[in-house]
Design a protein around this ligand. Structure first.
Ligand code: ARG
Length: 579
């Protein structure tokens, strides 16, 4: 509706000037003032005239009446009415059929995109799991929100760099090396993969700290041994380095399987270890600027004036910390990519960490500090159960996906047993169901995952959205090879209603980017699906007798196919032509 809003706004500028405005208003401001009425019987757009009444020194009712007259003869406007100080506008059928419908079909894959980001670079840091720790449902958020934001920005013409900032450094590797030497061997890891690594990791944690439930007594000497092994790794010990690289490769191979199911690729896998030799320069800079304070032996940046606890830079033994690495990585990425925006997607639990080191970067005098954006999201629980990480009591992402795929496969065996590519479809629909369910919520809200809800083919779910897309494909397959329509015309209210929803796609994309909120797209897909299914049930498409009516309806189906087809990848959902 953005295009029609602009057309109307331009005309409104004329009308407002004619009413004696001391200064011509900006059309863009009027675009912003145009609202969607709560009920579509009132029209498609509404302009509240109360604010204008101050500058024009007239009653809102009078202004609305005058502007209604001014819009009256626009071909794109069917009706403009003044109601209680509001100007209610109904878009014309001619506009819907020629400009909206024609425009969507002509633009095709480009519909909804823009070039506002052309020449600008956005760096996105997301997924970023910690190697050898379980890749669990808590990582779903960063992975799919991050990738959606990447897709959305690309759709707006930005050059995007997706970075998987692997947690590939830290004392956990010392623990893992001890555990491996004590309980593991090569074949065991080669066969068991990341699951075995996680098992070893859980076992060593239990052994170090003890586990009363399992009758394990704490053995602090193992903690010392782990620290010693990590120290050796830091000093470049060849054997430990080889083990470390191997653990990373094993883990990455596993993550890749999950990324592939989601259709996600990264442009860089530079993890925390990459920044080891880049931190000293930043620490020195902090020191030179007089920002470092010694507190109980540790080096910190005092953030009290900004209402935050201190940011820890070096531990007492001189080793670096999570914020130190993030600072060095931000500088490196700025130098490498010269980003206009650098986005970090993590759970809200890390909000303070980001606020702290963003402030430190500002205090260091880096003028790009305002290009850093933290995008937090809420927690996930499954059927009400919270997740624990260290004890190994977690739901792994791959298990969740497997369960969903199996379930979809069973449903398909019942509903459509002879379909080709059953496995591929079951995977896309099963994984898509989880992603869609997750991304239906505002990202900051905590969510409770209920599998049956996610997979409900009749609910507002991913399978329902995919089913709707497949339905548009089926209609188009049957209409293939038909002659182009001679003239298009709208003859039913459900046609107009659907086109009005389709017209909103570009502004939904803009809103999703502005708020870093993929759920805007997810919810919009549901609006499209609902409007299409109403149209599908109430209007005959292929069986319509009048060739123009039939052609118009096929074209509307094609436009729906374009919009859903463009929207799905923006939320990491694959599109399937048949389900
Ligand atoms: N590896 C971290 C974790 O799993 C997330 C990293 C987020 N990115 C960053 N630049 N700090 O908690």
């Amino acid at each position: 509706m953005q295009t029609i809003k602009k057309l109307i706004a331009d005309k409104l500028v004329e009308g407002i000037c004619a009413l004696g405005a001391p200064q011509a208003p900006e059309a863009s401001e009027l675009v912003g003032m145009l609202e969607y009425p709560p009920d579509d019987t009132m029209g498609d757009l509404a302009l509240p005239c109360f604010k204008l009444s101050r500058t024009l020194r007239r009653a809102p009712v009078q202004i609305a009446a005058a502007l209604a007259e001014c819009l009256g003869n626009m071909p794109s406007v069917e009706k403009a009415e003044a109601v209680n100080g509001y100007l209610n506008i109904t878009v014309s059928k001619d506009y819907l059929v020629n400009t909206v419908l024609g425009g969507i079909i002509e633009a095709g894959e480009a519909y909804g995109s823009s070039e506002v980001g052309k020449g600008k670079t956005v760096v996105l840091d997301y997924s970023s799991p910690n190697v050898a720790k379980p890749f669990h449902i808590g990582h779903l958020g960063t992975t799919v929100i991050g990738h959606s934001l990447k897709k959305l920005h690309e759709f707006h013409g930005y050059k995007c760099v997706g970075i998987n900032y692997l947690g590939d450094w830290g004392t956990q590797f010392g623990k893992l090396i001890v555990a491996y030497k004590k309980w593991g061997n090569k074949e065991m890891i080669e066969q068991g993969g990341i699951d075995k690594l996680v098992e070893l990791y859980v076992k060593i944690n239990n052994a170090i700290s003890g586990n009363a439930e399992q009758g394990i007594v704490a053995d602090p000497t193992l903690g010392d041994a782990a620290r010693a092994e990590f120290k050796k790794l830091e000093m470049g010990d060849e054997d430990n380095l080889a083990l470390w690289r191997w653990f990373i490769d094993i883990s990455l191979a596993e993550y890749e399987k999950t990324y592939k199911q989601l259709g996600i690729t990264f442009d860089s896998y530079k993890g925390e270890s990459f920044y080891t030799d880049k931190m000293p320069a930043e620490v020195q800079k902090l020191r030179d600027k007089g920002l470092l304070k010694i507190d109980d032996g540790a080096s910190i940046v005092d953030l009290e004036p900004y209402g935050m606890p201190p940011c820890l830079i070096l531990k007492r033994d001189g080793s670096t910390l999570y914020p130190t690495r993030d600072i060095a990585a931000a500088v490196y990425r700025k130098n490498t990519y010269d980003y206009d925006k650098s986005i970090y997607v993590t759970s809200a639990g890390q909000s303070l960490h980001f606020a702290q080191w963003f402030k430190v970067v500002e205090l260091m005098g880096y003028d790009w500090h305002d290009k850093l954006v933290h995008v937090p999201y809420g927690t996930v629980s499954i059927n009400g159960a919270k997740l624990a990480t260290r004890t190994g009591n977690v739901v792994l992402l791959k298990d969740l996906f497997r369960a969903a795929i199996e379930e979809v496969s069973n449903i398909m065996t019942e509903k459509n047993p002879n379909i080709e590519n059953k496995e591929e479809i079951a995977e896309a629909v099963g994984v898509g169901a989880i992603v869609f369910y997750y991304l239906s919520n505002s990202r900051i809200k905590d969510i409770n995952f209920v599998m049956e809800d996610a997979l409900n083919f009749d609910g507002n779910t991913g399978p329902y959205a995919q089913y709707t897309y497949a339905r548009t494909c089926a209609v188009l397959r049957r209409a293939e090879g038909e002659a182009a329509p001679t003239s298009l015309s709208i003859t039913a209210p459900d046609e107009a209603a659907l086109l009005k929803v389709l017209a909103k796609f570009p502004e939904k994309v803009s809103a999703a980017i502005a708020d870093y909120e993929p759920s805007v797209i997810t919810r919009y897909i549901l609006d499209v699906a609902a409007a299409f299914n109403r149209f599908y049930h109430n209007c005959q498409i292929l069986s319509a007798e009048d060739p123009d009516v039939r052609a118009t309806r096929v074209a509307i189906t094609r436009a729906t196919n374009v919009v859903l087809g463009n929207a799905f990848p923006l939320i990491c959902m694959k599109k399937m032509e048949k389900i």
